[in-house]
Design a protein around this ligand. Structure first.
Ligand code: ATP
Ligand code: MG
Ligand code: MG
Ligand code: MG
Length: 564
């Protein structure tokens, strides 16, 4: 590609609203352009990077036998009524009505659609197990879109779903997916950890997140310096992270008498539901209690988790709260909360189990509705907050270290949550209908691009890991407009590298060398080759890898071999 035909819309200015480096560099390098809050156009340069992520994801999904398909972005509300999520998903779900007054949503995820697909199409249990995936645009009306494509409203996800007749088959596919995820993120050149996680609004019993390690990450993870234990601190599990040999723990049967909707509980407390960003379960006087953490958009998961480690919580008038909910309810948060008592927390008693994930009301609705339906709740007593420096709950020998991470992937064992609700069954060998057992597996394809930049940049711009680079070689010709020999050599080199299989971006503009160098450094192309008159006379070109301090001279006729 020639820059004269592939314009680089780079910029020196750092956009004021871009807080983190990947957001700044993606805008400055001309990878993306903002259309509206959480809405981004992928410019040709940026799209080339995202396509490379997709390619690796496709190859690894295909390799484990997952079948690629494409489902509609717009989904009929009926399916969400069937699964029960229409009323519980909250404002992150973008709902719309068509000209016939029928309700739809723009899919934030596709469990309902895929379950509906397979309940119609599956003929026999002998066709199982089956895995499907798609790479598709999702919409989530995030309460606080930020960090560019990192937390966008419209974003690209690879979502996969697997279907099984029995638990063992789900375990096997979950393992295969987990291994595929390890290969994907390793191939993309990312430093990452797989961590035990909370299943949030998607549901299910066991889940793991793939975290790209970066200081700007919104998640906090604890990992053992001795064994392989790693968990999202918001999971707050004292149990080992689910790994290959770990089976889902049977849940204790707990129901909360008189539990009410979040709205009712908030009303009783004088809180707006949208002030509630998180709910957790604490042990209070030996009894499980609901703790609502109120706040504004600023109070994200991590702050909430930190706050829970504090010694003091602002509590509602306990009698009032208990009367409203049938269980002790408290809340912590910024000062604009209704006046209440300040109580000290007994950390021994306040072992915390955190069942919601992500800021936003959706999770609370989900949790509370589950309770209203008397569904089992995880054993509260088994859960506690993970602290740093604390000894590892898995091996007892190592200590936990805290890192920050960006969630780029999340895999779940869903069990029969959707198939039971939506009556997706298959006849087993005995002719008895069995609900399909399911797993689901997501990768934030567009987020991966930003996460990679968080890990790979310097003061001049992006330093792409080779597998992600939009072009492999930046070819810069200097003085080609004045010197026909340079023009001819550049033309010849461009063609030769292309024939040797390199993807080359040739800066054939008449711009000053400094401008060309700065642009190529900003957009992060791994190899830079400069053709100028002086070296050309000696039959050499100047070569510099993007991550190197110095340039070296390479013989022009051996260039392709030298780059490899
Ligand atoms: P988060 O905790 O960051 O809100 P999530 O847990 O809600 O993510 P999942 O439902 O697990 O997300 O979706 C699968 C993947 O989709 C995530 O691991 C993440 O990489 C990506 N993703 C989720 N929300 C966004 C978003 N708003 N913008 C970009 N990518 C996202
Ligand atoms: Mg999450
Ligand atoms: Mg989320
Ligand atoms: Mg997740």
């Amino acid at each position: 590609m020639r820059v004269s035909r592939f314009p680089l819309f780079t910029s020196k200015e750092t956009p004021a609203d871009a807080e983190i480096i990947s957001h700044q560099l993606m805008l400055r390098a001309g990878l993306i352009e903002k259309l509206g809050a959480g809405l981004y156009t992928w410019q040709p340069l940026g799209l080339r990077v995202m396509r490379r992520v997709e390619q690796v994801v496709r190859e690894e999904m295909d390799a484990i036998g997952a079948l690629e398909m494409l489902m509609p972005a717009v989904q009929p509300a009926e399916l969400w009524h069937e699964s029960g999520r229409w009323s519980v998903y909250g404002p992150e779900l973008l709902r719309l009505t068509d000209r016939h007054e029928r309700d739809f949503c723009i899919g934030p995820t596709h469990e309902e659609v895929i379950t509906d697909y397979l309940r119609r199409e599956l003929r026999s249990y002998r066709q199982l197990p089956l895995s499907y995936y798609q790479i598709q645009t999702k919409f989530r009306d995030e309460i606080r879109p930020r960090f560019g494509v990192m937390r966008a409203r419209e974003f690209v996800m690879k979502d996969a779903y697997s279907f099984h007749l029995d638990e063992a088959s789900l375990q096997a596919t979950y393992e295969a997916m987990r291994n595929a995820y390890e290969r994907i993120f390793a191939r993309l050149g990312l430093r990452f950890r797989a961590v035990g996680a909370d299943s949030g609004a998607i549901g299910g019993s066991v889940s793991e997140e793939f975290m790209v390690l970066a200081d700007s990450g919104e998640d906090e993870i604890a990992s053992c310096n001795h064994c392989r234990y790693a968990a999202n601190t918001e999971t707050a599990s004292s149990r080992p992270a689910p790994g290959p040999a770990t089976k889902p723990q049977p849940a204790e049967q707990h129901t909360t008498p008189g539990a009410r909707s979040v709205e009712a509980q908030c009303q009783a407390l004088g809180l707006r539901p949208d002030q509630v960003v998180k709910s957790v379960v604490v042990m209070a006087d030996g009894e499980p209690a609901v703790l609502f953490i109120a706040g504004d958009d600023e109070l994200n998961d991590v702050k909430a988790a930190r706050a829970l480690e504090a010694d003091e919580l602002r509590m509602a008038e306990p009698a009032e709260a208990e009367q409203a909910t049938g269980a002790p309810v408290g809340f912590i948060g910024p000062v604009d909360l209704p006046p209440g008592l300040t109580v000290r927390v007994d950390h021994r008693a306040a072992d915390l189990g955190n069942f919601s994930s992500g800021a936003g009301r959706s999770d609370h609705h989900w949790i509370n509705l589950n309770w209203e339906r008397d569904t089992p709740r995880p054993p509260v007593a088994d859960l506690r907050m993970v602290k740093a420096g604390e000894s590892c709950p898995a091996c007892d020998e190592g200590q936990l270290e805290i890192h920050r991470g960006i969630e780029v992937g999340h895999i779940f064992q869903l069990g029969t949550k959707y198939s039971e609700a939506m009556e997706a069954t298959v006849l087993d060998e005995q002719g008895t209908p069995q609900p399909l057992i399911m797993g689901c597996y997501g990768i934030g394809v567009s987020r991966v691009v930003a996460a990679a930049i968080e890990q790979n940049h310097d003061d001049k711009g992006i330093v792409w890991p080779a597998p992600l680079a939009p072009f492999e070689v930046a070819l810069i010709s200097i003085g080609a407009d004045r010197d026909p020999a340079v023009a001819e050599a550049a033309e010849r080199t461009y063609a030769a590298l292309g024939e040797a299989g390199w993807s080359v971006l040739w800066d054939d503009r008449g711009a000053r060398p400094g401008v060309k160098f700065a642009d190529m450094e900003l957009i992060g192309i791994p190899h830079r080759v400069v053709i100028g008159a002086r070296r050309l006379e000696a039959g050499t070109v100047e070569y510099r890898p993007r991550d190197a301090e110095r340039s070296e001279d390479l013989p022009l006729d051996q260039l392709s071999a030298a780059l490899a």
